[in-house]
Design a binder for this molecule. Structure first.
Ligand SMILES: [Zn+2]
Length: 358
């Protein structure tokens, strides 16, 4: 399930690395998420330069205002904890695949990379009356991976009351207790990284989480990996090898860019990098691309750490204390709260992703 937050308005006009063999239609892209979330991006190929310019201005940054220049050196060996949301049924399911197939492959890839105890955040609604999904979660846990709470049904905190949201968190707990046993499942990841559009709502949920023994699994890095999930399933169904090749290439380029961008945001907020938490989704395509992603991280000097150890860093105790309509990573929330300048960025190829393999 995609994260709805977007600090940077998308503009495909600025980032179309490869035109996938003329398969792009003229229609504006329409993207769906489970439940009631529908996003329509109205930027067409004919968007004027002026529109595109304003669209690429990050939220909170006035058009024409220069993006922050980050000169401080990046760490030689930054740290990162990988985390996977929407376990064990993230995104659509490719034909001839099962959730057990995908989750088993994902856990195997992590183990092959010597990553143990990686956290996956569960929506227990997906387990109801689905033995494949139940078995997939069992495989994840028996592979030595951990699970945390991502609410039962993945509501947007912007769309429900704080009380309803808290009940949905509590409804996830019997499943977590059943599968995790005596392991620590008291980690909470906000769906869409939305933590409350008003300060009152934000504080209400935070207090509930504290009272129920949860720590918030904050995020510093996201690569919007789930945006590649539906296009991949379409290309697979069409046996479109060229389309899949483009998806792989664009995924890697986008991941490398957004990882760098997240690190630059930390420099802007903290003056230095902090240990990171990378948000991924347990989709088939993210699983397929995991070795490539690990290679990017290793090339950037990253070393892997468990979530609990990363979030011991004092930066994770910071609370922007701000109602935010859009969700976001911890550094991006702090940039907004402190009215800092956003780093320069390159938007995702959202139009191409929407149009490929139609
Ligand atoms: Zn999610």
């Amino acid at each position: 399930m995609r994260v709805l937050w977007r600090r940077y308005a998308p503009s495909a006009a600025f980032f179309e690395p490869v035109q996938p063999q003329g398969r792009i239609s003229e229609n504006g892209p329409m993207r769906f998420c489970r439940l009631f979330h529908v996003i329509v991006f109205g930027l067409g190929a004919a968007a004027s330069h002026a529109e595109a310019q304003s669209a690429r201005v990050p939220k909170g940054q006035a058009p024409g205002r220069a993006a922050a220049h980050v000169h401080t050196h990046l760490k030689r060996h930054p740290r990162v904890a990988l985390t996977f949301d929407d376990l064990p049924a993230a995104g659509g399911l490719p034909v001839d695949e099962t959730r057990v197939d995908i989750v088993t492959r994902l856990a195997d890839e992590l183990k092959a990379a010597h990553l143990k105890g990686v956290y996956g955040f569960v929506n227990a609604i997906d387990l109801e009356n689905d033995s494949d999904v139940q078995e997939a979660l069992q495989r994840w846990v028996s592979s030595g991976m951990n699970i945390g709470n991502h609410t039962w049904s993945h509501p947007s905190l912007n769309s429900v009351s704080a009380h309803t949201f808290e009940q949905d968190i509590a409804r996830d707990e019997p499943t977590l207790r059943q599968y995790a046993g005596d392991r620590d499942w008291h980690w909470f990841r906000f769906p869409y990284l939305e933590e409350g559009a008003t300060l009152e709502k934000r504080n209400h949920v935070r207090q509930w989480l504290r009272e129920h023994g949860y720590r918030i699994a904050q995020v510093t890095l996201t690569i919007q990996d789930d945006d590649w999930s539906d296009p991949y399933i379409r290309c697979l169904a069409k046996h479109d090898e060229a389309g899949i090749a483009w998806l792989k290439q664009s995924y890697v380029e986008n991941a490398a860019h957004l990882i760098r961008l997240g690190r630059e945001e930390e420099l802007i907020v903290f003056g230095h990098e902090i240990p990171n938490v990378l948000l991924l989704h347990a989709t088939g395509f993210t699983t397929l691309m995991l070795p490539s992603l690990l290679q990017i991280l290793r090339q950037d000097g990253f070393r892997f750490m468990p979530l609990a150890k990363v979030e011991r860093n004092s930066a994770y105790a910071l609370d922007p204390s701000l109602g935010l309509a859009d969700g976001g990573t911890l550094p991006s929330q702090l940039i907004e709260a402190r009215h800092l300048k956003w780093p320069a960025f390159k938007p995702e190829p959202l139009q191409s992703l929407d149009r490929i393999c139609r």
